[in-house]
Each structure stands twice: as C-alpha cells, then as structure tokens.
Design a protein around this ligand. Structure first.
Ligand SMILES: Cc1cc2nc3c(=O)[nH]c(=O)nc-3n(C[C@H](O)[C@H](O)[C@H](O)COP(=O)(O)OP(=O)(O)OC[C@H]3O[C@@H](n4cnc5c(N)ncnc54)[C@H](O)[C@@H]3O)c2cc1C
Length: 480
C-alpha cells in the first residue's frame, strides 16, 4: 500500500457510476461520517476519501466493483452508533465510507407471519413506527437509534435480551453483496421461521462487523408488543446470582428485564440529570431494575404484574437478598437506567468495558475489579451497571476530567478488567461486537481454529480485502 494520495479520477469514476449526487467529497463536509454519532474514547477523527450513498442493491454492487477495480477499501456505515471504532474511516483519507442511509424504503410488514423485510439503512425508530400499528415490535431496546444493517453486523443486545434474545435470534434472512470476484449478491431473504434446508448463510453476517459483505436487506422475526408492564427498583448489597435465579423462578415468562446499577453510577446520573433516587439514604450498593410484562390480550394487567413483582421482592427480602424495594412507573425506572451513560460522561473521563461473565461470577468479578482499581489507581471510581440477568456488565472506570488516566494507568486498568474477565471464561465484547478497539483481544482470546476459519471465510468472500475497517482483526490491507 503506497501512501500517495488517491487521485481525483478514482472518485470521479465512482460519481460516474452512481451519479454525482450520490457521492460526497471532503469539500462537501464529511463530519457526520468521519466522526461517530457519540464520541468513542480511543478513536480519533477519521477522514474519508469520499462517501458513497447507494440507493439500491445494484448500486451497492457498483460501489464494490469500483472498490475492487481501484483497490480502495470501503467501510460500511449505518447510523454510526457503534462503540468499537469500526464504523468510521481511519484518518489517512484513503478509505471510502459506504453509507446505507438511502437503503431505507418503507419496510414490508407481514402481520400474519409476524415478520418484516427492511432495507439495511432503516432506523430502529422508523421500523418501530411501521410496526406499531400492527401491535408488533422488534424487541431490541437500547439508548441509541441504530440501523437494521448495523444491528445485524454487530448483533445488538440491549436491555430486554433476557426475555427476547439478541438480534441474532430475530434474523430470518439477509440479502448481502460480497466483494468477491463476481461481486455476488447473496439472496437469503427467507421470512420462513421453519426452514431447515441446508446452511443458514444469513447468520454468517451476524456480528461480521462489515468485513464479509454489505448487508442490503434484512428479514426479521417479530414479537407482539407488550400490553402491560410493571417495574420495581430493588435495593441490594451484592446479590451475586441468587437474586437472578429467584426472579426467574418467581416471574417466569413475565420477566422481561433485569438490570443492575451501582451506587456510583446512580449517584453520578442523578447528580448530572437531576433524577430522583427512590431510596431514603441515597443509592444502595446495587439497585436492580426488574421488569415484568405480558403480551397477552387476555393476560394479567398492570396490577397483576405489580402483585407478581411484590411477591418476588417479598421472597427476596425474606432470603436476605433485598434490603428495600419500590414499585416505580416504568417510565421513571427506565429514565434512571437510560441516564447512566450520559451521567458518567458528564462526571469525568470514562474508560468503558463492555464485558460478560457467567452469571455466578458477576459478584466475584466486580469485587476483584474494584479491589484492584482501588489499589492501583485510587482516584478512579468504578461506576458499573448493566444487563445483570444476561451476565453482562458495562464495567466503567471514571476518572476526574481534570486529572485523567495516564497511558500507564489506562493500560493497567484494561489489564485488570480483561484479566478478571479471562480468568472467568468471560467475553471481552459482551454486545458491542468487534472493531479496532478490541482487535488485539480477538487475537488473544479467539481459539486458533476459529481464527483460522474466520480468516478463510474473509479470504473467500473478500479476496482483495477491500471491505471493512482496516483495524478489524481480520482486516488485512488491500492487495495491490
Ligand atoms: C447511547 C448508546 C447506547 C448503546 N447501547 C447498546 C446496547 O445496549 N446494546 C448493544 O448491543 N449496543 C449498544 N450500542 C452500540 C450500537 O448502537 C450498536 O452496535 C448498533 O447495532 C450499531 O448500529 P449502527 O447502525 O449505528 O451501525 P454502525 O455504527 O454504523 O456500524 C457498526 C458496524 O457495523 C458495520 N455495518 C453497518 N451497517 C452495515 C451493513 N449494512 N452491512 C455490513 N456492515 C455494516 C460497520 O462497518 C461497523 O463495523 C449503543 C450505542 C450508543 C451510542
């Protein structure tokens, strides 16, 4: 790869293929594509060679043919809300962005089959608006508004995973364009739930981080929208896994979220956003948000769900697992949960780690990280929270903005967290996927055979290596 600037005629060729209005150049102002939607610590400002905005699968093929012809790498980009640095280009102005924002016509909903086919650039909010009139939803709940294609490429998790699973569980089919010699369109857009006829190619693209193909359309399995919902905030010291098991047993299929929020995270959020802490005496060591819901028209109402929650909390109290609890309106309880990320950011420098461990290890994991951070970087505060019911934890370490972590301290904190994760057979990426920010961890923690097969698939589907961020673990440089 030479460092010489990419000549203008290369971009001119793309504009000739797509039409000039579908290609943006640096002089058009590319901030929205060069910078992530929300700042991602550890990534600097990118600079795209240009931005291609195809309107159809045929135009996506054109972009990839162009990329192959000129040996230009292309980073697919949806809503740019990814948190591992994979959706923005590097700063060398040699990599193009393929934005899916125009691949977003009206979704095709089938209310009888409970399925939808949507363009890759469709935002989750737009999908939800199209599904609501049918009483349907895609039950992926997060504090961002990603695209359908980005959600498949990162396998989004979110707060209702304990009940509904991650995006993978909802993918029925995918249409994608490969950067192989034939620029193949893989049409695997079946909306059948029962379809066991051979390899499930659609699932190859789940979690692929834009390295294997450009997802152009997605077929999704939907759920009915909840009809009634109740939430409780439960104060606890450190419930380990026992509270999770107890709530699952008591609430059964009604349990739809089980989130944990540390005292430090709740204090920072309530301070930054003026939210009320519902417990006298301030936040307890851990506040659990427990949600019970139902989709059944003839099923329990809100009062019944509240009674169910009260029964579960009573059992937790008599087992010594809960110190206090309040039934809070869902809007209020979730406002607190959704305020945490922003609350921490306003408080100081946040070093964030999206990790998971087996549920029985959550308590010991937290204790180990807290002790080690207190020992090595005493001015840092662990303000963790996360999807406790799924073994997921956003292990955030917050430092004063006026006295941020040195390079050595950052490295030390990273070692503490990932060391504690590895010792428990956890995951270095619970739900944010892979990208340049965790590529080294993929190398370290992925078994040899799985790494070798991933690379062989990459070579087969993208032999010139023109697809995806160059910092991806299997993002070898484009060949000349
Ligand atoms: C406030 C906030 C809260 C969040 N909460 C959660 C959470 O609870 N759970 C969770 O899992 N994530 C969460 N995220 C992360 C993020 O929203 C998800 O990873 C999301 O799925 C990314 O979708 P996107 O459309 O923004 O993709 P982008 O950020 O644009 O891209 C992400 C990756 O997908 C690739 N890609 C995008 N579109 C395509 C396509 N059509 N074909 C091939 N590859 C493609 C990109 O190259 C990149 O590698 C959160 C982010 C923010 C900012």
């Amino acid at each position: 790869v030479t460092a010489a600037p990419v000549p203008d005629h290369v971009i001119d060729d793309l504009a000739a293929r797509l039409g000039p209005s579908s290609v943006l150049r640096p002089e058009d102002g590319l901030d929205a594509y060069d910078l992530p939607a929300r700042p991602v610590p550890g990534t600097g400002r990118g600079r795209a060679l240009c931005v291609a905005r195809p309107r159809s699968t045929a135009e996506v093929r054109e972009v990839l043919s162009w990329a192959r012809r000129h040996r230009v790498r292309v980073v697919p980009q949806g809503a740019n809300t990814g948190l591992v640095g994979a959706s923005t280009p590097p700063p060398d102005q040699r990599v193009a962005v393929l934005s899916t924002e125009l691949l977003a016509g009206p979704p095709t909903v089938d209310p009888v089959d409970r399925t939808v086919v949507a363009g890759a650039g469709t935002r989750l909010s737009a999908l939800d608006a199209a599904l609501a009139p049918y009483g349907l939803w895609l039950p992926i709940d997060l504090a961002a508004d990603p695209t359908v294609g980005g959600m498949v490429a990162t396998n989004t998790g979110g707060a209702r995973m304990i009940r509904h699973g991650d995006v993978r569980r909802h993918v029925l089919g995918v249409e994608a364009v490969l950067a192989d010699d034939a620029v193949t369109v893989v049409e695997d857009l079946s909306t059948l739930r029962k379809d066991n006829a051979g390899l499930d190619l659609a699932h190859l693209f789940v979690g692929s981080a834009g390295a294997l193909g450009i997802i152009t359309k997605v077929a999704l399995d939907l759920d009915r929208r909840p009809r009634a919902r109740a939430t409780a905030l439960v104060a606890t010291a450190d419930p380990g896994h026992r509270l999770t098991v107890l709530f699952e047993a008591h609430l059964g299929e009604h349990l739809s979220a089980l989130e944990a929020m540390s005292a430090e995270a709740v204090s920072m959020a309530s301070e930054a956003r003026g939210l009320r802490v519902p417990f006298a005496g301030g936040p307890p060591p851990l506040t659990m948000l427990v949600e019970a819901s139902t989709t059944a028209a003839g099923g329990p109402g809100v009062a019944d769900l509240e009674a169910l929650l009260a029964g579960a909390v009573e059992a937790a109290t008599s087992d010594g697992l809960a110190a206090d609890a309040v039934l809070a309106p869902p809007g209020e309880a979730w406002a607190l949960r959704h305020a945490l990320t922003e609350g921490l950011r306003r408080h100081g420098q946040v070093l964030g780690f999206d990790v998971s461990v087996p549920r029985r290890e959550l308590g010991p994991f937290r204790a180990e990280v807290r002790a080690a951070v207190a020992h090595w970087v005493p001015r840092a505060v662990v303000a963790d929270f996360g999807h406790w019911g799924d073994g997921g934890i956003h292990c955030n370490v917050v430092l004063p903005a006026t006295d941020p972590a040195s390079e050595d301290e950052r490295r030390r904190i990273r070692e503490i967290v990932y060391g504690a994760v590895a010792a428990r057979n956890g995951s270095f990426s619970a739900e944010h996927g892979i990208g340049p920010l965790n590529a080294d961890l993929w190398e370290q923690h992925t078994p040899d055979g799985a790494r070798a097969l991933s690379r062989r698939l990459k070579d087969l589907m993208d032999p010139l290596g023109v697809l995806g961020h160059p910092g991806l673990p299997y993002g070898e440089p484009v060949s000349g």
